[in-house]
Structure formats: structure tokens, C-alpha cells
Design a protein around this ligand. Structure first.
Ligand SMILES: Nc1ncnc2c1ncn2[C@@H]1O[C@H](COP(=O)(O)OP(=O)(O)OP(=O)(O)O)[C@@H](O)[C@H]1O
Ligand SMILES: [Mg+2]
Length: 473
């Protein structure tokens, strides 16, 4: 019945005397010294090969001068190393980008790995609750790899068995604080690994000038700004509907105007029509000549314009039925983009019940049936709560600019997005730092991407009107 227990005095465990201390000493198995030496040797060799493989540049920079001075003395080493150093400095000053790619970021990655991440890994993991220290043993997620880009450290981590991405997403604040970063974002990789992104600087901290008007007509994706990694930000408008949410002054106007700017050449060839609804009279009215007769500001006119868009859509659907399932823009059937600035003025805040009902019904019809027949809606909104915009889920693509409350982020971008690093409520309210900055989620990935829309100034809009207003039918 009782299993034989290891140790020297198991019989003492059961004691009838209350104050007798239970003494339990486990058997000590003596490992032969040679086995220990082989294990340590093997580990050292493996870590040397790994370091060589992962950080060849750093190893060369550190090892070559040492080897040369041991073999030939420090004077010869200095003589040989100096020209290489001078060459590197010249390379760095002549072609910064290639130097950074081949040498700079690799050296920095190695330095950040040993000085920041490896040094703080154990305490940060244990204190944040992502690792455990049990009976003298550490159970820690494995720090796999550190890569540096111009603006961030990308840290690849192998999770502990049984951990979920949510465990990491819930602790982004601890991780950022622990490794001295301003923020941390978590994205999923395959094979039980996650990538932590720690921004070192903010490439979107300065306003971007308006993107040049494309030379060839395009129906999108339209280049409207920049992503955090420096690549252009393209916004898809044809074949989708876009909802832009942001508090007052968040820069919704720059997304609207950058989109219009990118589509203007296609508008002038008749492949795109922009229908503008401007209930606040403050945004689209500035370039109303660009929209020809398809501009409305008064709520009743807006309702009529939306009803017309529904009629166009239904007529197309009737013609396309049984012939094609997706829309290719032509002069006869152009892509219709319905732009609505501050949609809540027409829906939630509209006092006239009948108008409100008509407008909400038209918007719901367009957003549920429009994309296959070439009718898209782009709407902006200050307050993304369901009471204000109950059809927000009918918009497949959403953009979260600066928001007032943290809960609003998930309302716009979907559950759990804020935990993964979409800190739209922390975007600076100072226009030069934060206007036009926001987060998007691409269809292909659950990870939010930080972006900034280019700023289309009043002068740019005047020039657009001067160049294109005569060409709108
Ligand atoms: N992309 C941008 N880059 C830099 N500054 C910007 C950008 N977009 C807007 N701004 C600045 O922020 C101010 C507010 O922008 P905008 O009017 O577009 O905000 P909004 O979100 O439309 O606000 P509201 O809801 O009050 O209409 C602008 O006057 C401009 O100075
Ligand atoms: Mg506005």
C-alpha cells in the first residue's frame, strides 16, 4: 500500500509525538565529474555556435582585434584594424542606409540583446508573472532573437508550454516598463512564439506633407500616409467600407482629404465619383467644387443624396445579377465613394425622426450591399459607442485615431486590440504630434498597425480645386 519513499529516514514522517520534527533527507545521487564537464562543454559549444550564427558581425568586431593582437602583437593589430575602421566610417557617412542594414542594426541588436533583454530577462519575466521561480528553479519563456530596425526592437520569444498570447498581451505595460521602453506590442508568430515590439523612437512624430497626386488614375488602394515602419500606408476604398473614429481634432479630415486627393485623377477620367455629405459644413465644403452636384450639407439633402446612391446601387445590382459577382469600374459604372463627415449628425444627433430613419436605413443598405457593385462608404465619427452608431460593424475596415477612452479602442478595432498595443487613447492631443496618427487592422492580420495620415493643408485643397474642379461631370 505505501510506496517506498526515497530518503534515509522515511519512518520518521509518521510520528505520534506532537513536537517531534519530521526529518526528511532525499537521497543524493552523485553525478560523475566527467558527465558534468561534458554537459557544460556541450552547452558552451552550442551557445558559441549560436552566437556566431546569430551575430556574425558583432563576433567579428569583438574577436578579430583580439586574435590579431594575440598572434602578432597589438601594434600589428592596430595597423591592420585602423584601415578597416576608417573604411567603415567612410561607408557609414556615404551610404547610411546600407551601412545601417548590414552593420549598424546588427551591432545594435547584439548590444541590446545582452545589455537590455538578457540582463533583465529573468527578473522581468518572474515579476510580471510570465515566468515562475519554483523551489530554486526558473521556468522562463525563452528569449529567442532580437532584431533592430530604425525605430524599434523586435524581440522573438518562445512561450512556455501552456501559455497563451493573451497572457503576454495583458502584460505589455510590465514588459515596456521592465525593458525601459515607452510601449510594447505583441504579435503572434507560428510555433508557440510571439514577437514583442519595443519602439525606440517615433517615426510618426512629425506631420507628413500631403502625398503627391498620383500620375495615373487609380481606384485604390490609395496612398494616404505612412506606417510606423516607414512604408507607405495604402487605404483600400474600392470593395470595402471604411469607418474612421477619432475625438475632435484627431485628424479625421486628413484621412478624408488624402483619400480624395489620391482618387482625383480617376475622378477626372470618370472611373470614380465622390459623393460628399458634409452635415457639419466645416470639412468638405472647403473643396465642394470637386464634387459637382453630388454634395449635400443640409440633412434633408443628405437623405436625398443617400437615397439616390441606394437607387444607383440597386439598379446596378439588378443589371449585374447573374452576370458578374464583383465590380470593375468603367465610365458607365464608376466606383461611387460616399463620403460622410461626422455621420452621427445624420443619425444619432438628428432631431427629425423620419429623416433619421431614412438616413440610417440608406446607410445600412449601402454598407450591406454596396461593395460588390462598386458603391463604397467612408464615414467619420467622433464617438464610436453603439448608441451613437449601431451599424459600425457593417464597416469591414476601421481606423482608430485618437480616442478619449481606452474602452473605445476595442469598440472600433475589435476585442483585445488595445491589449495588443493599439493605444489610441494615448495618442497626443497636440496636433503636431498626434493629429492623423491612428491604428488600423489589416484584413490579413489581427495585429494593429500604427499609421499617420499625411496632412492636406488648405493650400493643397485650393490647388486640387483649381486643377480638378472643371473636370468633374
Ligand atoms: N495628418 C495631420 N498631421 C498633422 N496635423 C494635422 C493632421 N490632420 C489634422 N491636423 C491638425 O489637426 C487639426 C484638426 O484636424 P481635423 O479638423 O482633421 O480634426 P477632426 O478629427 O476632423 O476634428 P473634428 O471632429 O472636430 O472635425 C487641423 O486643424 C490640423 O491643424
Ligand atoms: Mg472634422
Amino acid at each position: 500500500m505505501f510506496k517506498k519513499m526515497p530518503g534515509e529516514e522515511p519512518h520518521r514522517i509518521v510520528s505520534t509525538t506532537p513536537d517531534t520534527a519530521v526529518v526528511f533527507r532525499p537521497t543524493v545521487l552523485k553525478t560523475p565529474a566527467i558527465v558534468t564537464l561534458v554537459i557544460f562543454g556541450w552547452r558552451a559549444a552550442a551557445s558559441l555556435v549560436r552566437t556566431l550564427w546569430r551575430h556574425p558581425v558583432a563576433v567579428l568586431v569583438a574577436a578579430v582585434p583580439c586574435v590579431l593582437s594575440v598572434l602578432y602583437g597589438w601594434r600589428v593589430a592596430l595597423l591592420l584594424v585602423t584601415p578597416v575602421l576608417v573604411g567603415t566610417v567612410v561607408w557609414g557617412s556615404l551610404d547610411r542606409a546600407s551601412f545601417a542594414r548590414w552593420i549598424g542594426w546588427r551591432l545594435l541588436a547584439w548590444w541590446r540583446l545582452i545589455w537590455v533583454y538578457r540582463r533583465h530577462w529573468q527578473p522581468v519575466m518572474v515579476i510580471s508573472g510570465l515566468g515562475r521561480h519554483v523551489r530554486g528553479r526558473d521556468y522562463l519563456p525563452k528569449l529567442d532573437k532580437v532584431t533592430c530596425t530604425s525605430w524599434a526592437d523586435l524581440v522573438t520569444v518562445r512561450m512556455l508550454n501552456g501559455q497563451a498570447v493573451k497572457d503576454w498581451a495583458d502584460r505589455t505595460d510590465n514588459l515596456a516598463q521592465g525593458f525601459g521602453g515607452s510601449s510594447c506590442r505583441v504579435s503572434v508568430l507560428t510555433g508557440g512564439r510571439v514577437r514583442l515590439t519595443f519602439p525606440r523612437s517615433d517615426p510618426l512624430a512629425v506631420p507628413l506633407p500631403a502625398v503627391p497626386i498620383p500620375e495615373t488614375p487609380t481606384i485604390g488602394p490609395v496612398e494616404i500616409g505612412k506606417q510606423e515602419d516607414g512604408r507607405p500606408w495604402f487605404l483600400k476604398v474600392h470593395g470595402t467600407h471604411v469607418l474612421v473614429a477619432g475625438a475632435t481634432g484627431a485628424g479625421k479630415g486628413s484621412i478624408i482629404w488624402s483619400t480624395i486627393r489620391g482618387l482625383l485623377p480617376a475622378v477626372s477620367t470618370g472611373l470614380v465619383e465622390i459623393w460628399a455629405l458634409d452635415p457639419k459644413l466645416m470639412e468638405l465644403s472647403f473643396g465642394r467644387d470637386l464634387f459637382g452636384p453630388r454634395y449635400a450639407a443640409d440633412p434633408a439633402d443628405c437623405a436625398d443624396l443617400l437615397d439616390d446612391a441606394v437607387k444607383v446601387m440597386q439598379a446596378r445590382a439588378a443589371r449585374f445579377a447573374g452576370h458578374r459577382r464583383s465590380h470593375v469600374p468603367t465610365v458607365d459604372d464608376p466606383f461611387v465613394l460616399v463620403l460622410v463627415d461626422e455621420v452621427a449628425f445624420l443619425t444619432a444627433y438628428q432631431a427629425d425622426k423620419e429623416l433619421r430613419r431614412r438616413i440610417s436605413a440608406a446607410l445600412a443598405t449601402l454598407t450591406t450591399q454596396g461593395r460588390a457593385v462598386g458603391v463604397g462608404v467612408m464615414a467619420t465619427l467622433q464617438d464610436p459607442r453603439k448608441e451613437v452608431m449601431n451599424t459600425r460593424n457593417l464597416f469591414p475596415d476601421k481606423i482608430a485615431l485618437r480616442l478619449d477612452e481606452s474602452e473605445q479602442v476595442d469598440m472600433v478595432l475589435g476585442d483585445g486590440t488595445r491589449d495588443r498595443g493599439a493605444l489610441a487613447d494615448r495618442i497626443s492631443p497636440r496636433p503636431e504630434l498626434g493629429a492623423g496618427v491612428g491604428y488600423v487592422r489589416l484584413e490579413t492580420s489581427p495585429d494593429p498597425i500604427r499609421v499617420r495620415a499625411a496632412y492636406v493643408s488648405d493650400e493643397d485643397i485650393r490647388e486640387m480645386v483649381a486643377e480638378f474642379s472643371g473636370e468633374v461631370a
